[in-house]
Design a protein around this ligand. Structure first.
Ligand code: GAL
Length: 457
């Protein structure tokens, strides 16, 4: 492994619903994921996050494991319905206490907290009473919730992420309906995406005006994107790949870095894409102190010549039919158990694309990782495929840095096996194995590999 910059941030990541459990403890309200998991056939094997990794009770042990692994930073999310059980009004003191203690213990152990305010567990009341992310009232509620977090934790938390992957919320939650709140539409994703962007902007505005001057932290957003490689050298396929990246990442990053949606979306989506007012544009532009990126895989993109079938896997939800892009993979690429192709050079190309399009922002990879069918054999998981995955992707990151990309940190997804949304507990993304019956955690070979690699001079 080649040498990374001295001040490179090495971390690992989780999210509240995927690990905490304790779904009704200490005044927590229900979230849309608590509800979604109760609908038959939405989640593999009928799994749910009621107990998950029971991190809510085992967090001290988890911090010890992180320390043993040698990470400098831990990215976790706050469950909004623990802080405000119905998404509005007064804070729940026990919810505040839980995260406050967690933050203190991380700092005592020399681990920097990176806190995501929203990783998909919307208070159910806001879904039922306000129509969730479709409602123009949601951004203001989010900003109020964010202010509670800045107020209580901002003296110690210096790295904030407003939203995790608004693309997933919009497309999987409101387009394909495979994630909470399970809606299917070819227009709602664009409405939800719009409110998500405004929620981000309002929360950042509150932080910048009321907290950042004295708390001196940073705030950003984590967007997800795969790489899209043109299938052929034809100009039509090259344009298709560019369009695909615009509909994926620039949908959320252009408003934040340029103050407007990409032209290809305005053209392709038409009047289903809402417009920003001048004031909203101003609030959005420049609203991220760093470029948070979650990256997992790569696909080929080709011009579909208007032949995309509506309702196909990639077509539903105003995704490919609006872009006019056909996606495919190279059968020679190895895949993870999510059937995501392992293509490290796609990571490098994506980093370079972001660097060029957004005028060399500081980029932090806030998620990268892989699921494999890890088995415990004689008390050990010898996850060599996972080590190879990380070695390949980190090599690609290193090349990007050598090529001038300002990549300042990397968070492995995930610290431990957890509730992988609609896939339930079957897909194991962790550096630590979790036995979901006994809740025992066991470091995998990859956790030791990370420890050794991070200690390299
Ligand atoms: C991301 C998400 C994580 C995790 C990961 C692996 O989209 O932020 O919560 O599930 O994918 O699928």
């Amino acid at each position: 492994m080649r040498k990374f910059p001295e001040d490179f941030i090495w971390g690992t990541a989780t999210s509240s619903y995927q690990i905490e459990g304790a779904w009704q403890d200490d005044g927590k309200g229900p979230s849309i994921w608590d509800a979604f998991c109760q609908i038959p056939d939405r989640i593999k094997h009928g799994d749910h996050g009621r107990v998950a990794c029971d991190h809510y009770h085992k967090w001290r042990e988890d911090i010890t494991l992180m320390k043993e692994m040698g990470v400098q930073a831990y990215r976790f999310s706050i469950a909004w319905p623990r802080i405000q059980p119905d998404g509005k009004g007064k804070a729940n003191p026990k919810g505040i206490a839980f995260y406050s203690d967690l933050i203190d213990a991380l700092l005592e152990n020399g681990i920097e907290p990176w806190v995501t305010l929203y990783h998909w567990d919307l208070p159910l009341a806001l879904q039922l009473e306000e129509d969730g992310w479709l409602s123009p009232s949601i951004p203001a509620y989010f900003a109020e919730y964010a202010a509670i977090c800045f107020e209580h934790f901002g003296d110690r938390v210096k790295n904030w992420i407003t939203l995790n992957e608004p693309w997933v919320v919009a497309i999987l939650g409101y387009g394909q309906g495979v994630f909470a709140p399970g809606r299917t539409s070819n227009s709602e994703p664009y409405l939800a995406g719009h409110q998500l962007l405004l929620a981000h902007a309002q929360a950042v505005d509150v932080y910048r005006k009321q907290y950042q001057p004295r708390q001196q932290g940073r705030i950003g957003i984590s967007n997800n994107c795969d790489w899209r490689e043109p299938l052929t050298d034809s100009s039509a396929d090259k344009a298709a790949a560019e369009r695909a990246l615009e509909f994926f990442l620039a949908w959320f990053a252009d408003p934040i870095y340029k103050g407007h949606y990409p032209a290809s979306m305005v053209k392709g989506v038409g009047d289903r894409l809402p417009a920003f007012s001048a004031a909203e544009r101003k609030l959005l532009k420049g609203s991220s102190d760093f470029f948070g990126l979650n990256h997992y895989t790569t696909m080929f993109a080709a011009d579909s010549q208007g032949k995309i079938e509506k309702g196909s896997v990639y077509g539903n939800g105003g995704l490919s039919e609006d872009q006019d892009v056909s996606l495919s993979v190279d059968p020679a690429w190895k895949q993870t158990s999510m059937k995501w192709s392992i293509v490290p050079w796609g990571c490098r190309k994506l980093l370079e694309w972001i660097d060029a399009r957004y005028d060399r922002p500081e980029i932090v990879i806030t998620e990268n990782g892989c699921a494999f069918d890890d088995q415990l054999v004689d008390g050990e998981v010898n996850d060599l495929d996972r080590i190879a995955f990380y070695a390949g992707y980190l090599e690609a990151c290193h090349q990007a840095i050598e090529n001038g990309v300002k990549l300042s940190g990397y968070f492995a997804w995930s610290f431990m096996d957890n509730f992988e949304w609609a896939s339930g507990y079957e897909k194991r993304f962790g550096l630590h194995y979790v036995n979901f019956e006994t809740l025992e955690r066991i470091p995998k070979a990859s956790a030791r590999w990370f420890r050794d690699m991070m200690q390299l001079p």
